[in-house]
Design a protein around this ligand. Structure first.
Ligand SMILES: [Zn+2]
Ligand SMILES: [Zn+2]
Length: 451
């Protein structure tokens, strides 16, 4: 059994029934099922690909790439292997990209097939984009939401850089492979997907406060799988194929939703800003690196508390521009506190604020409508909290006493709430709380454990 579709959902006139706008039509073919490799073979046949570069590593060779290579060769295709010997520690850097590019430059292949998860997909997306050939993704773990992404997250000269690239032509997810992935990787994917609930809250909030374009149809593509995964996380973590199918669908849909909106807004809000902040601290040597999905899981528990608080004060005054610089942020943000990027974020937010404050508060009916819609987002908070607990995340947010493998002391948590909004110009609940002069008190409140 498999689920498959072309990605398009807009009506023939191209107008979205949810928002009345026109979204770019995502063209990635998505197949999730037990027969995904058959579908991949047929897809390559449709495109008349006779020679592919197969990108993999030592783990994914065992999981699927060796099998895939035999099947492709058995169907008469030439396969050039580009297998990294790594089991851990592969980095999406220039050297790795160069290795794939070298494979793409010899023998005129039609394109690449990548068997792997985050890092291998980033490397392949970047390399194929630079060599102007297409690629197809064969996921090996439902661990992250970047499969359908059109940007490549690379690490050049020790820092993370995101490059515009291109989305895969197709995603062919074999459920047996995904279900056999380490439970830890499934838990990261679930953490990343559960975080879309707070991302949605921030998106709806931003529409109410700043007038940002919001689309319920795009948001629902992510929310449906999220709710289903939240219902039975235990089964999912045990590697149940139906559960993993829903998870990979939600993660791929997140990528499609981003492509449709032209930004990561449908999949990323304050919970991701927390994670970016912790990445920055890790990069500065102030805390250990942790997997993205694990960070997002802990951040989501904390941000749900902030959003509930914000909902209770939605009609409050918007007093001051958010993101103003305070001297005590420097030790946390380091160079970023004075960097040009940070200045740009501040000025963009200040501008956003000027335009938003001028029309605040909205008429009572509009405010009531915004509150109603935000409340309906928070309906999913209870099942998400329960699912987070199944991942070992306490409902009250990061807790150094109880969070196995993830430590966050109260000063770091306080700084996260106060300064994570300095890193991106996107409006989130943190900016609302900041502008209402309540960020310090909610930061303090978050460090007090719930019973
Ligand atoms: Zn729409
Ligand atoms: Zn994420």
């Amino acid at each position: 059994m498999s689920a498959r579709r072309g990605a398009g959902t807009t009506d023939p006139a191209g107008t979205c029934p949810g928002c009345g706008r026109t979204h770019p039509e995502p063209s990635t073919r998505v197949v999730v099922g037990g027969d995904a490799l058959d579908a991949l073979g047929a897809f390559l046949g449709e495109r008349a690909w006779s020679h592919v570069v197969l990108v993999s590593d030592a783990n994914t060779d065992e999981a699927i790439a060796d099998t895939l290579a035999r099947r492709l060769a058995g169907a008469g295709r030439r396969v050039t292997r580009c297998s990294f010997p790594h089991r851990t520690g592969l980095v999406a850097d220039r050297a790795a990209a160069e290795q794939v590019r070298a494979g793409l430059r010899s023998g005129a292949p039609d394109g690449a097939v990548v068997a792997g998860s985050g890092t291998l997909n980033d490397i392949t997306r970047y390399a194929t984009h630079l060599e102007s050939v297409g690629y197809v993704s064969v996921p090996t773990a439902a661990s992250m939401d970047g499969y359908a992404s059109s940007v490549a997250a690379m690490q050049f000269d020790g820092s993370k850089v995101t490059f515009p690239a291109h989305a895969p032509l197709g995603i062919f997810a074999d459920l047996r492979v995904l279900a056999a992935a380490p439970a830890e990787m499934i838990s990261w994917g679930l953490g990343d997907l559960l975080g879309k609930v707070t991302a949605r809250f921030d998106w709806v909030l931003s529409e109410a406060v700043t007038g940002e374009a919001y689309c319920p149809v795009v948001a629902d593509r992510v929310a449906g799988p999220l709710e289903r995964c939240a219902q039975d996380p235990g089964r999912l973590l045990a590697g149940d194929e139906d559960g993993v199918s829903t998870l990979i669908t939600g993660l791929v849909e997140s990528g499609i939703a981003m492509a449709m909106m032209g930004s990561s807004r449908p999949a990323s809000g304050a919970e991701h800003h927390f994670s970016h902040f912790w990445d920055l601290l890790a990069y500065r040597g102030l805390r250990p690196h942790a997997p993205h999905g694990l960070q997002v899981a802990h951040a989501t528990a904390a941000v749900m508390r902030l959003q509930r608080d914000a909902l209770g004060h939605l009609d409050g005054e918007l007093r001051s521009p958010p993101g103003r610089r305070s001297a005590d942020e420097d030790p946390w943000l380091g160079d970023l506190a004075v960097a040009e990027q940070s200045g740009l974020v501040r000025s963009e937010k200040a501008e956003l604020w000027r335009s938003s404050a001028a029309r605040w508060p909205p008429p009572a009916a509009a405010l009531a409508e915004a509150r109603r819609r935000l409340e309906s987002v928070t309906d999913a908070f209870a099942p998400v909290s329960a699912a987070l607990r199944a991942l070992g995340v306490p409902a009250s947010g990061p807790d150094p006493a109880t969070s196995a493998g993830f430590h966050l002391d109260p000063p770091t948590l306080r700084a996260t709430v106060r300064f994570a909004n300095r890193m991106r110009s996107r409006f989130t609940v943190l900016d609302l709380l900041d502008s209402q002069g309540r960020i310090d008190s909610v930061a303090e409140g978050l460090t007090v454990r719930l019973g």
